[in-house]
Design a protein around this ligand. Structure first.
Ligand code: SF4
Length: 328
C-alpha cells in the first residue's frame, strides 16, 4: 500500500478549502485599485501526515502564491486553511508566530534566502532563540545536530553563506527549516536553481529527512521530473486553479487532463506508458491571471476545446483521481 493510501485512513494534516489569493493592480497617483491578479482562485486539497503532495504548473500559474499563502506570507482573500483542525486563514501575524514552529518553508533561491552577513551558526540559532525552544547552553550542540542532519560538517557554522556551493546553501536552508522541528514544510522549487547532480542529492536528502522526522511536504515545482520522484500525490495547477489531482502513478501513467498530458509530453525522460500516445503541444503563453479566459481557463490553448469549454467552467470533483475537464 502506498503512503497516500495508508494516510487516507487518518485526518489530513492540512486541508485547503476554496482558497483565493488576489493581488490588487494599482494605477495612478492615488494608487487606485483597477483590478486583481487572481493568483490562487478557488483551490481545494488535502495533505495527509507523512505524505508529499507535489504541486506543478508553468511559471505564473499561482503555485508559489499557493505555498506562500499556506504559511501566511500572503494573506488569502477567501477560503479556509485547516491545519490540525484549526482554520488559520484568518490568523493574525501574532497568532501565526506560534505556528511557525509547525509550518516552515524552504525557498527556491539558496543564494538570496540566507543573510550574507551572518555566519551559519547565527542563521541556525536565530529561530531557536526567537522561539525559545532550546536552553541557551544547548544551542551550539543543537546547531551541530542540525548541520549533521543535512550532511554538513560542524566547522560549517563558522563560515558565511557565500563560502558554500549552491547545494550546500540549500542544505543550510533546509537545516534552518528543520530547526523548530516542524510538522509541515512547503518546499518552494527547492532544487530549481541547482545543477542536475546536486538536485538529486538534495531530493534524496529531503526524502531521508521526511522518513526520519515524519515530515509532511507540499513540494512545488514547474516540471514533473523532481515532483514525480518525491511525491505520493500530484496536483496540477493552471492559471490559479487545480485542473487534475491524483496519485503520482495515476498522474504520470494515466493523465486525463490535456494540460497534464502536455506537461508530460514536455518531460524529457521517455515514459513507456505514454509511448505511442499523441503528444499534446501547447501553443501560446499562459493568459493573464488578471483577466482569465471564461469557462475552462485552458480553452485558449487546448487542442480539444469544444464550444462548451469557453462557456462553462468544468468542476474538479472530489475523488482519488479528479479532473476538471468537460471531456473526461
Ligand atoms: Fe480542453 Fe475543454 Fe477540457 Fe478545458 S474543458 S481542458 S478546453 S477539453
Amino acid at each position: 500500500m502506498s503512503n497516500a493510501e495508508v494516510n487516507k485512513k487518518v485526518q489530513p494534516l492540512i486541508e485547503v478549502k476554496n482558497l483565493k489569493t488576489y493581488y490588487p493592480i494599482k494605477r495612478g497617483i492615488i494608487s487606485r485599485t483597477v483590478g486583481y491578479v487572481k493568483a490562487v482562485d478557488g483551490v481545494s486539497f488535502k495533505i495527509y501526515p507523512g505524505e508529499t503532495l507535489g504541486l506543478v504548473g508553468e511559471s505564473g500559474c499561482g503555485k508559489s502564491s499557493m505555498g506562500r499563502t499556506l504559511i501566511k506570507l500572503e494573506h488569502p482573500n477567501e477560503g479556509e486553511i485547516i491545519f490540525e483542525g484549526q482554520d488559520i486563514a484568518k490568523y493574525s501575524n501574532k497568532e501565526m508566530l506560534k505556528l511557525r514552529s509547525d509550518i516552515q518553508i524552504i525557498f527556491q533561491d539558496p543564494y538570496s534566502s540566507l543573510n550574507p552577513r551572518k555566519r551559519v551558526s547565527e542563521i541556525l540559532s536565530e529561530p531557536l532563540k526567537v522561539h525559545n525552544t532550546v536552553p541557551a547552553d544547548q544551542i551550539s550542540k543543537e546547531v551541530d545536530r542540525l548541520l549533521a542532519s543535512v550532511d554538513l560538517q560542524k566547522n560549517a557554522k563558522n563560515r558565511y553563506p557565500n563560502e558554500f556551493s549552491g547545494g550546500q546553501r540549500q542544505r543550510i536552508g533546509i537545516a534552518r527549516a528543520l530547526a523548530l522541528k516542524p510538522k509541515f514544510i512547503i518546499c518552494d522549487e527547492p532544487v530549481s536553481a541547482l545543477d542536475v547532480s546536486t538536485q538529486a542529492q538534495v531530493l534524496n536528502l529531503l526524502k531521508g529527512l521526511q522518513k526520519e522526522f515524519n515530515l509532511t511536504f507540499l513540494f512545488i515545482a514547474h516540471g514533473l521530473g523532481a515532483v514525480k520522484y518525491v511525491s505520493d500525490r500530484i496536483a496540477v495547477m493552471y492559471l490559479g486553479k487545480i485542473v487534475e489531482i491524483g496519485t503520482t502513478d495515476e498522474i504520470v501513467n494515466n493523465p486525463q487532463h490535456p494540460y497534464t498530458k502536455a506537461l508530460l509530453s514536455a518531460y524529457p525522460v521517455p515514459n513507456p506508458h505514454l509511448r505511442g500516445k499523441k503528444r499534446v503541444i501547447l501553443e501560446g503563453d499562459v493568459p493573464s491571471p488578471a483577466n482569465p479566459p471564461s469557462g475552462c481557463r485552458f480553452h485558449t490553448r487546448c487542442p480539444y476545446a469544444k464550444d462548451i469549454c469557453s462557456k462553462e467552467e468544468p468542476e474538479l470533483k472530489d475523488g482519488d483521481h479528479a479532473v476538471a475537464c468537460h471531456l473526461v
